[in-house]
Design a protein around this ligand. Structure first.
Ligand code: GTQ
Length: 348
């Protein structure tokens, strides 16, 4: 199919366009080339936020507003190509949240799904559907859609984490519902760690009938992820593009842990990976190590807790300076469900 970039205008055509405009009609041939592009054409840009800069701003925010007043004290990471839209990629949101010692972020729930990836602090908690989980560096925590959740910090250190939500996806579909509980903290009805005890060890309660949309595990501890990566490293050669890369799964069906957001953790050795691109724009954060990632001709230099974006269909080459661990998330489960996801390895 031709991609109709430039249909010439004539006075007759323009007069026709102006006339039908009053009927809320518009000619496809003027816009076809922009609508149906030969390849993804995204406003999303490759970009990196260094944690130090975010942290300084967050600490300043901590002096300006409490978690309670803000409801969530978060600074949104806005992609420079998508300013004003509260998006880090076209379909996903990212923010960094701070909960100071003694604070509570009050209980609410919404149709948007959230992930937390812990960047700094140890021992603060989030409560989800009646169960608390204690959060440690590198833990991946899920807040399923419409699950009541509140966050608290009973430690003496501030707690920072990366929030990843499907806010743009849900608003694209006009499917946002939200409500507050009307009290700071929800009632706790289950023991801390209960979900992981029941579902996190290759066993599950017989007759379990949880939602298959989302994993019944809501904290995937880093200690476990790291151990698995190390075992993979001992067990075989790395993938040329990804090193040793793991997908977080829902133990009920082996699918993604969350319905709308795919989450991954990978171990890369020093040296350059083979070029890779895929249609799921991906948000990365470095857990251990340091290095650079080249996206087209832009070089993003990262160290621990830095957060960077690789847009859809842009080729990326990772070059860790030392052995490194990256956590990442994207809308891949959605694209796969819709038959849209594509990847290409190497220079193809
Ligand atoms: O912690 O519930 O970054 O509702 C944005 C919206 C965090 C949360 C965000 C939210 C939350």
């Amino acid at each position: 199919m031709s991609t109709n970039e430039s249909v010439t205008n004539t006075p007759e055509r323009q007069a026709f366009y102006d006339k039908i405009d009053k009927q809320n009609l518009t000619p496809l041939w003027s816009v076809l080339g922009e609508l149906v592009t030969p390849e993804p054409r995204s406003k999303c840009q490759p970009f990196i936020w260094h944690f130090n800069g975010i942290r300084t701003a967050m600490v300043e925010a901590g002096g300006l507003i409490t978690a309670k007043e803000a409801e969530r004290r978060v600074l949104i990471l806005e992609n420079p190509g998508l300013r004003g839209e509260s998006k880090i990629t076209t379909s996903l949101y990212a923010g960094v949240q701070l909960v100071l010692p003694g604070e509570v972020a009050p209980a609410h729930r919404h149709t948007q799904s959230a992930l937390r990836f812990v960047l700094e602090g140890s021992g603060a908690h989030t409560a989800v559907s009646g169960e608390k989980t204690i959060m440690e560096y590198g833990d991946f925590v899920i807040t399923p859609q419409m699950a009541w959740h509140d966050h608290g910090n009973e430690t003496t250190e501030p707690m920072f984490w990366l929030d990843g939500l499907d806010i743009p996806l849900v608003s694209f579909l006009d499917a946002s519902f939200a409500e507050g509980l009307g009290q700071d903290e929800q009632e706790i009805t289950r023991a801390t760690g209960q979900s992981y005890a029941e579902y996190g060890h290759n066993l599950m309660p017989v007759g379990a009938s949880g939602s298959r949309h989302v994993s019944p595990i809501f904290n995937y501890p880093y200690e476990q992820s790291r151990t698995t990566l190390e075992a993979m490293k001992k067990g075989g050669d790395p993938d040329a593009c990804h090193g040793w890369k793991l997908r977080y799964t829902n133990p009920l069906d082996g699918g993604y842990a969350m319905p709308t957001i795919g989450t991954f953790i990978q171990l890369l050795l020093a040296g350059s990976s083979a070029p890779y691109r895929s249609t799921d724009a991906t948000i990365f954060t470095c857990v251990e190590g340091s290095g650079s990632s080249q996206v087209d001709d832009i070089v993003l230099e990262w160290g621990p807790k830095d957060i960077f974006v690789v847009p859809s269909w842009k080729s990326v080459v990772h070059t860790p300076h030392t052995e490194s661990v990256l956590f990442s998330y994207s809308d891949r489960p959605v694209q796969e469900k819709l038959g849209l996801w594509r990847e290409s390895r190497g220079d193809a």
